[in-house]
Write a protein that binds this ligand. Structure first.
Ligand SMILES: Cc1cc2nc3c(=O)[nH]c(=O)nc-3n(C[C@H](O)[C@H](O)[C@H](O)COP(=O)(O)OP(=O)(O)OC[C@H]3O[C@@H](n4cnc5c(N)ncnc54)[C@H](O)[C@@H]3O)c2cc1C
Length: 600
């Protein structure tokens, strides 16, 4: 059997961006994007897909097998091909795709950056962690400023001369960020500190890709209050530097260990020890106590970015499974089950294999639709001239970020497992790329706030925000869409409308549990609620896509992609949406059995 080929589904990407969302028109009022048109967007995406296919995909399996190594001086070596890939990514402007040209970026819409995240993440997630985190660090620096170093740092980071890391986690402070103990002591020079402590699980805390690394570190001053309020955020370079960016002596921020882990082996996951042998020099970002609010400015984007990892994995897994199923010959067609001499068929003819493929196709395509829309709203929220539009986009992002991160990474992982199942035993062996995809994808439900924490954020904060107004607005807009769907002849819109009502009732039920001081029971049902809501959100995308496709098919009946969108809606509503109704019933039972004392 021929090897499974890496492929980016550019047809669907273009359909979502330019035929469904009309990105070119929605962003037209934004002054900074005025010079960009659809041709430029398409050419950029084609180039991103080429880089993903020709540069990153080839280093994916070798990087997994080789992993990273650490020497006794705290220097990490990345797998073969990573340095060359970094140089190509940096020179191509793929680190600062959405950053302002003023800071060395390309200045393209955030939405285009999200597409790059999908393509590069699919090609080699482990590698993509390095530029992804660098871009996040660049954003912290440009938004919040670091004394008079902002330009110098941002330019070097967005152009890939230096890289960046985000350092939050400590051994006893993972989900509970407020328990961070890393200490910051003021020095005689205003704005500078010495840090002492240990961060764990830090992605890319050392590597051989760049001459310098900028760590963004959460720590607390000795007189700071307990919890998140007492946290400040600091810029800590690996090498100190002068006003022109020339490198000087090594700072005392040293990698003292790297993890051996389930996947993502080309990404060095490091223990970073601060101030062990000498001063670890740090510059404060913002003011003391601003740590969490600064992290919050980045949180939605970072979480949507991790959600996109779920999409990358689902989409690539589907491509692998589909191409395998077309070639793998096994058994006869079910209608010939009595005929031992019947022709042997490719497994894609077996109904159960088609069901598994459909699950992956539908989820990949609806997640793409949903997550790209989140990307577009990031652009509108930051840059649209109309205040009302900015507000609407901010609310949309606020409400749905836990779904983007939590639901899409769970679904993405499940899809990789389905892809593996399509390959049977060959899926389980490392000669085929799907087992690595499963291993590399699992982490997305854990970092950037575990999915349990996302679900708690959804029901504990987002549903209650503005007295529930965010959800109510979403529901009324969704019901307008189902009504339109019915008018357009989509019978499936009826079931969707009922599911939306059921969602509203279930949210009210959770709210009443909170008011009756039964917060533990509410939280017990947080993840099921996130998955119920997520399922309905994605089903709504299937409806919207079917509606767009139906109109386009009138003049372009030959397009298979469009016909597929109509089947996607049917499949979603009949075979996936019922799980949302079941989850709602389960949540409304208020079952509290896991909370009984002495149970485990
Ligand atoms: C490969 C990898 C890369 C990483 N990269 C980085 C990085 O670059 N920078 C960085 O700072 N960190 C990084 N991390 C750390 C990651 O963000 C943490 O692992 C994650 O936040 C979870 O923390 P924890 O592992 O301590 O788990 P815990 O917080 O101990 O959670 C364990 C379980 O308990 C649940 N739980 C915990 N608290 C609660 C609560 N209050 N209510 C309900 N449930 C709860 C969680 O949902 C989870 O299921 C990385 C981790 C890995 C494995």
């Amino acid at each position: 059997m021929a090897g499974l080929q890496f492929r980016i589904h550019l047809d669907d990407v273009f359909f979502v961006l330019f035929e469904q969302m009309h990105l070119q028109d929605r962003l037209a009022p934004v002054e900074k994007y005025a010079d960009f048109d659809i041709d430029l967007y398409k050419a950029t995406l084609e180039e991103a897909a080429r880089v993903a296919t020709e540069v990153l995909a080839p280093i994916n399996a070798t990087g997994d097998r080789q992993g990273c190594t650490l020497d006794s001086e705290g220097n990490v070596t990345t797998p073969d091909g990573y340095i060359e890939a970094w140089n190509i990514i940096a020179e191509g402007g793929w680190i600062g795709t959405a950053a302002s040209p003023e800071f060395g970026g390309v200045g393209l819409p955030h939405n285009i950056g999200i597409c790059g995240t999908e393509f590069f993440g699919a090609a080699c997630t482990a590698f993509a962690m390095y530029p992804g985190l660098s871009a996040a660090v660049g954003r912290v620096i440009t938004r919040s400023g670091v004394a008079d170093l902002t330009h110098l740092l941002a330019e070097r980071i967005f152009t890939g001369q230096w890289a960046g890391t985000m350092c939050l986690t400590e051994a006893d402070a993972g989900s509970s960020v407020g328990d961070n103990r890393c200490r910051a002591t003021r020095t005689d020079t205003e704005g500078t500190y010495h840090l002492q402590g240990e961060k764990i699980f830090i992605s890319g805390a050392d590597q051989d890709l760049t001459e310098n690394i900028i760590h963004i570190i959460l720590a607390r001053t000795s007189d700071a209050p307990a919890g998140t309020k007492g946290l400040s955020i600091f810029m800590v370079p690996k090498f100190l530097f002068d006003n022109d960016g020339n490198l000087g002596e090594r700072n005392d921020a040293l990698v003292t260990g790297i993890e051996h882990k389930m996947g993502l082996n080309g990404s060095a996951t490091c223990t970073l020890t601060l101030g062990m042998n000498g001063p670890c020099k740090a510059w404060i970002i913002g003011e003391e106590g601003d740590g969490i609010s600064i992290m919050f400015t980045l949180m939605n984007e970072a979480r949507i970015g991790v959600g996109v990892q779920g999409l990358s994995a689902a989409s690539l897994g589907y491509e692998y499974a589909r191409s395998y199923a077309k070639e793998r010959i096994q058994g006869t067609a079910i209608r010939d089950y009595k005929n031992a001499d019947a022709k042997r068929v490719p497994i894609i003819e077996h109904p159960d294999v088609r069901r598994m493929l459909m699950v992956q196709k539908v989820y990949a395509e609806t997640m793409r639709s949903f997550l790209y829309k989140m990307g577009m709203h990031l652009d509108l929220a930051h840059h649209h001239p109309d205040k009302e539009q900015r507000e609407l986009s901010i609310q949309f992002i606020d409400l749905l970020t836990p779904i983007a991160k939590g639901h899409c990474t769970d679904v993405g992982f499940d899809c990789t497992v389905q892809a593996l199942q399509v390959l049977g035993g060959y899926g389980y062996i490392s000669e085929y790329p799907v087992e690595q995809l499963v291993r590399d994808t699992k982490i997305a439900s854990i970092y950037e706030g575990t999915n349990g924490i996302q679900a708690m954020d959804l029901i504990g904060r987002k549903l209650r925000q503005n007295n529930g107004a965010l959800l109510l607005t979403w529901i009324s807009q969704a019901k307008e869409k189902t009504e339109r769907g019915l008018q357009e002849g989509f019978e499936e819109a009826k079931a969707l409308d009922k599911a939306i009502d059921h969602l509203g009732m279930t949210a009210m039920h959770l709210g009443s549990l909170g008011m009756q001081d039964q917060i533990e029971i509410a939280m017990l049902h947080a993840v099921p609620f996130m998955n119920m809501y997520g399922t309905i959100v994605l089903a709504m995308e299937a409806l919207e896509q079917a509606s767009v496709a139906k109109k386009l098919l009138e003049t372009q009946p030959e397009r298979k992609l469009l016909r597929g969108k109509l089947q996607n809606l049917k499949f979603f509503v009949h075979q996936l949406l019922p799980s949302a109704i079941a989850l709602g019933k389960s949540i409304q039972s208020s079952d509290a059995s896991p909370l009984q004392a002495d149970l485990f």
